[in-house]
Design a protein around this ligand. Structure first.
Ligand SMILES: Cc1cc2nc3c(=O)[nH]c(=O)nc-3n(C[C@H](O)[C@H](O)[C@H](O)COP(=O)(O)O)c2cc1C
Length: 224
């Protein structure tokens, strides 16, 4: 697939056909994804493929209350877990359906991705607002896994719910000291191919010189 097609067509897939993914194929996906960038090229990633049904179900089940909270906050008309007003309501209906959790045994591959915090320069860790920069050394790698899967006719989704229950799954995963869980990735052959992703146009988010500057458009080329 041409690079622009790959970028424009790699959407989130949450339901998969029965086609399995061998360890060799998964190895090849990770072998491409490892070329992702990271701060200082320190490549802080560790990956565990959750093949054992017990391990997989313990880890994924632990995220269910997070999912229930997520749905409840969304139904309240708010952005879940945002740092301004993202707390869950006091009463939350439990055990909401979620195909990734309810039928996790049918997902061909579940990956737990962790980062070695000793290998990450957390540039804005002392900021008065929510720190963001540390994630930039691990999430490009996660995205590269999804792109490498997509290139092979596979697909999947990145989820971060597990970060809220990291302590409760640390032992079952033998999460090493000084490591943080970054994501669970679900991979397989998508049941449906997404033909068109819904994204905002460039002119809605890119401006010249300042964030309140003129919109960057493609109809008035400027000299450098
Ligand atoms: C940081 C992050 C967290 C996400 N968490 C979840 C999740 O917990 N569950 C889920 O089903 N999708 C999750 N997604 C997938 C997004 O919902 C998806 O990328 C977005 O809705 C765009 O979907 P599309 O590519 O199919 O248009 C996450 C994506 C990102 C980047």
């Amino acid at each position: 697939m041409a690079p622009d097609d790959l970028l424009r067509s790699t959407g989130a897939s949450r339901t998969f056909t029965g086609r399995s993914i061998s360890d060799a194929e998964l190895h090849d996906i990770l072998d491409d994804a490892r070329f992702a960038p990271s701060g200082g090229n320190r490549q802080p990633w560790r990956v565990v493929a959750l093949r054992d049904p017990d391990v997989r179900s313990q880890v994924v089940e632990a995220t269910r209350p997070v999912w229930d909270d997520y749905v409840a906050i969304t139904e309240d008309g708010r952005v879940p877990f945002n740092v301004v007003d993202g707390e869950a309501p006091e009463r939350v209906e439990r055990d909401r359906p979620n195909p990734l959790i309810d039928q996790v045994e049918r997902v061909p591959v579940v990956l737990a991705v962790a980062a070695d915090l000793r290998a990450i320069a957390a540039m804005d860790a002392q900021a008065e607002r929510l720190p963001l920069a540390a994630g930039a050394s691990i999430y490009p790698f996660c995205w590269s896994i999804l792109l490498a899967a997509s290139q092979r006719g596979l697909g999947g989704v990145l989820t971060t719910f597990v970060t809220r229950v990291e302590r409760s799954v640390a032992d079952v995963l033998a999460l090493p000291e000084h490591h943080a869980l970054a994501a669970l990735l679900f991979l397989g052959e998508p049941e449906r191919r997404i033909s068109r992703l819904s994204r905002r146009p460039v002119t809605s988010f890119a401006t010249i010189d300042r964030f309140d500057g003129e919109a960057l458009s493609n109809d008035a080329p400027r000299d450098p």
